[in-house]
Design a protein around this ligand. Structure first.
Ligand code: TXA
Ligand code: MG
Length: 346
């Protein structure tokens, strides 16, 4: 199929009636899948009320059908038709929506079982992106949308990433430029006594706790042997083609590892930050944000992982980052990309 592309100006077009968004919304209403920007990563949207439309998402991505999708809405009124809303969810919504927080709630109404993989719960969020909001509003539908990457690849933070993974397989891509947060939303289960983080993301644990007090983290996030409560967390993810290994140690220890691998004939890539870029000698050294502000690392993480695929390295060593604030989400994604391989300096 031909994949249409529309370029929109996030701050001008969407204040008026915007023909690009109208065309994309018409395709969504017609049961097609369309990629669109959100504040976290690009999503691959379809009508959440239509099983046939939702199945096209799974086909295009090559996604296992037991991995449920997030329903995206543009107005609070849409939520009441989809899910039961406990008081804690109301409090969180008032503080964090629109924004990178997905709430897992008891499902009600006519969301397709294909969206929820047959679970009694549904994950919902209201994205903080003018294009996403305007597209959802204009479609008049709740929109099911996973990240718009081929399953297993790093999530897309630009329309080019979506094109590289999915062109020919989806009806269209709304190009709203690069996304801001760079890692996906936080998934919070609000059906447990203490709300539980199933996936760390754009809203940090610290931010949640300031508003609702104690927040738990799914045991699977710290113990690989525990089965995750969020089905998507069990799959390999975000991985570049070359094997990735995280290095937890000093720059001198890091350089020693690089030298050893190169002595064995490996072409070594390094994922570091701009403040350390000149410290390392390797075949490719990419700077991903700056260590002094971890939000810059989050923003560039997936683009940097994808960039290694354009090189001929056959081993990638990555810096480790402190797991505070957004660092929690960064390390969660990096560890998944690395298949949990971490070398720690003794
Ligand atoms: O930032 C984001 O969340 C992006 C943008 C596009 O909104 N979306 C995204 O979707 O990351 P996806 O499909 O790549 O990840 C959704 C995660 C998966 O780990 C999935 O298993 C989990 O949410 N999930 C969805 N519904 C669930 C449910 N009912 N219970 C538990 N986990 C659920
Ligand atoms: Mg994803």
């Amino acid at each position: 199929m031909e994949t249409k592309q529309w370029r929109v100006d996030n701050f001008v077009d969407i204040n008026d009636s915007c023909p690009q968004i109208s065309q994309a919304a018409a395709l969504l209403r017609a049961g097609e899948v369309v990629a669109f920007p959100t504040e976290t990563v690009y999503g691959l949207g379809a009508n959440a009320l239509s099983t046939a439309a939702v199945k096209k998402i799974f086909d295009a991505k090559g996604r296992p059908s037991d991995n449920p999708l997030i329903v995206h809405i543009a107005e609070f009124a849409q939520l009441e038709a989809i899910a039961s809303i406990p008081p804690v969810a109301k409090t969180l919504i008032e503080r964090f929506w629109p924004g990178p927080l997905t709430l897992v709630l008891k499902k009600k109404g006519n969301i397709s079982d294909a969206v929820t993989a047959g679970l009694p719960t549904v994950a919902v969020r209201m994205p903080a992106h003018p294009v996403a909001l305007s597209l959802i509003r204009e479609s008049g539908l709740p929109i099911a949308a996973p990240s718009a990457n081929r399953s297993g690849r790093p999530s897309p933070t630009s329309a080019k990433h979506v094109w590289d993974d999915l062109h020919g397989k989806i009806a269209g891509i709304v190009d709203g430029g690069e996304t801001g947060v760079g890692v996906e939303s936080t998934v919070l289960d609000c059906t447990t006594d203490i709300p539980t983080i199933l996936r760390p993301g754009g809203v940090t644990k610290e931010q949640l706790e300031q508003v609702i007090g104690r927040v738990a983290a799914d045991a699977a996030l710290t113990d690989e042997k525990q089965p995750p409560k969020s089905p998507g967390m069990k799959y390999t993810h975000y991985a570049p083609n070359a094997p990735l290994v995280i290095v937890d140690g000093s720059p001198a220890f890091f350089q020693q590892l690089i030298d050893n691998a190169r002595a064995q004939g490996k072409k070594v890539g390094v994922l570091t930050t701009s403040d350390r870029q000149t410290m390392y000698r390797a075949d490719v050294v990419f700077a991903c944000g700056n260590r002094s502000d971890l939000s810059t690392v989050a923003r560039q993480l997936y683009d940097t992982l994808r960039a290694f695929d354009e090189t001929d390295v056959n081993l990638i060593y990555s810096e480790s980052f402190p797991t505070i604030g957004i660092g929690e989400a960064i390390m969660n994604r990096l560890k998944k990309a690395a298949g949990q391989r971490v070398i720690t300096e003794s």
